[in-house]
Design a protein around this ligand. Structure first.
Ligand SMILES: Cc1cc2nc3c(=O)[nH]c(=O)nc-3n(C[C@H](O)[C@H](O)[C@H](O)COP(=O)(O)OP(=O)(O)OC[C@H]3O[C@@H](n4cnc5c(N)ncnc54)[C@H](O)[C@@H]3O)c2cc1C
Length: 423
């Protein structure tokens, strides 16, 4: 790429207005860039039934705090997850016992929609173009700018937006990534997840809530993992009287291969899931699942780490750059940290050295992403009792105390001291 002359602030077009896209908007604005975010969905996703709980690490908390410049906001929408507790469940006897406990976990729980909402509201108006479906891009003849084409969903009008940089934050199924890496295939994890959020407002003293708090007394500050036979369930509390649960099932790859990550189950499927929950989980947890409105299914994919993260003036971030299974609680954290690093590199090198900035971004992020994607995959396979590289499988009923320590979140590469954001 050639050196560029500065004429006004540099411009970035970000495709995707979810966590990675909004993070990039914050980080690039902080770096002095002018940003336009193109998002195909027309409405704020705050009421989206697909939203659920996620865990933020201290590094992401600090970064988001800085972007939204009001630390109270992020505190208000999160609860501590200071204990990481893995337990085994005996489905026949309906008893659980401790496998591994770490009291220095330092994560915080948020609802996806709450995090999205505070990040969106903290942006200057007019940055995010909702209801705009990105269609294609080309690099201008002088190689200096990217011309994007989008369709306004409501009117079908086609609009061109030109930038110095195109940031692909268009998620796990990224069409921009596909353009550069057409042979990259998503890899089915071998499991799906049933998940949901129980809203217990006004029901704090119900049998269900009294029961679940008795069975899981550290809800409100603990990340529970219950491991049964080739299945596990994550349970934690969210602010505003909500409980988040995710039940991972080993399952053949569903029919709609790699087209959507979320499935809306039929009533019949949901009913069968409730019946199965009563067989597998302790009754208090099965009851929470049964009382959850609109549980849904996530089909779990990841991809082997990408060979690179940028091509000329196009860069990938978030799930577009690293489809990852959710078993390591990294996806959202990686997206926030990608954006922070990208912003710092662009600020350091300026538009006139864009290629150097993107190279530095890749040098910093690629090793982190690679290790976290692969470790997340390992965590999923361990907890699901799926065959590991040496053809053994983790069995919670037979594992030694040392083997159980593998389950702990603290072993995730780069989380103990935070990932580097600059060289
Ligand atoms: C509605 C929703 C709810 C979620 N809930 C949770 C949750 O509860 N817990 C959790 O851990 N993770 C959740 N996630 C996923 C999580 O946000 C991401 O995995 C992670 O934060 C990485 O985000 P991302 O921005 O890279 O990708 P995504 O969140 O997948 O976002 C990609 C964005 O790109 C947009 N997009 C894609 N193609 C185009 C196009 N052609 N034109 C314009 N826009 C396009 C999509 O509409 C989407 O907003 C959710 C994602 C979504 C979209």
């Amino acid at each position: 790429m050639e050196s560029k002359k500065m004429t006004g602030p540099p411009k970035a077009v970000v495709v995707g207005g979810s966590i990675a896209g909004l993070s990039c908007a914050h980080a690039l604005i902080a770096a002095g860039w002018q940003v336009t975010v193109i998002e195909k969905s027309g409405t704020a996703p705050s009421g989206s039934p697909t939203g659920a709980g996620l865990a933020l690490d201290p590094q992401s908390m600090k970064i988001v705090d800085r972007w939204i410049s009001n630390p109270d906001l992020l505190r208000d929408i999160t609860l501590p997850l200071s204990i990481d507790l893995n337990q085994a469940t005996d489905s026949a006897k309906k008893i659980s016992w401790r496998l591994a406990r770490d009291e220095s976990c330092n994560l915080r729980a948020a609802h996806w929609a709450d995090l999205h909402s505070i990040m969106y509201k903290a942006l200057p108006p007019g940055i995010v173009l909702r209801g705009h479906q990105f269609l294609s891009f080309h690099i201008s003849n002088d190689d200096n700018s990217v011309v994007t084409k989008s369709r306004i969903v409501q009117t079908n009008e086609i609009v061109e937006i030109v930038g110095d940089l195109l940031v692909a934050a268009d998620g796990c199924l990224s069409t921009i990534r596909q353009h550069f890496l057409p042979d990259l295939k998503l890899r089915y994890s071998g499991h799906i997840a049933w998940r949901g959020v129980l809203d217990f407002s006004g029901e704090e003293n119900s049998d269900t809530m009294v029961g679940i708090r008795r069975a899981y007394p550290e809800l409100g500050h603990c990340l529970y993992f219950d491991l049964a036979d080739r299945a596990h369930c994550v349970l934690f509390e969210l602010p505003n009287r909500r409980l988040n649960w995710v039940w991972f099932h080993n399952w053949p790859e569903p029919e709609n291969k790699r087209k959507s990550m979320t499935l809306k189950p039929s009533n019949d499927m949901t009913q069968k899931m409730f019946e199965e929950a009563e067989k597998v989980w302790v009754p208090e947890l099965a009851k929470v699942m049964k009382e959850t409105q609109q549980p849904f299914i996530n089909v779990i994919y990841d991809a082997d780490p990408l060979p690179k993260l940028f091509w000329d003036n196009v860069v990938l971030v978030g799930d577009a750059a690293h489809p990852v299974v959710p078993n390591g609680a990294r996806s959202t954290n990686m997206s926030i940290q990608d954006a922070e690093t990208l912003g710092l590199c662009l600020k350091k090198w300026g538009l006139e050295n864009l290629a150097t900035a993107l190279q530095e971004f890749q040098t910093i992020r690629h090793p982190v992403i690679t290790k976290q994607v692969l470790h997340s995959r390992l965590m999923g396979r361990l907890r699901q009792g799926l065959p590991l590289e040496d053809n053994t499988a983790f069995d919670p009923k037979a594992a030694s105390a040392d083997e159980c320590k593998w389950l702990q979140y603290r072993n995730m590469p780069y989380v103990e001291h935070g990932a580097p954001t600059s060289i």
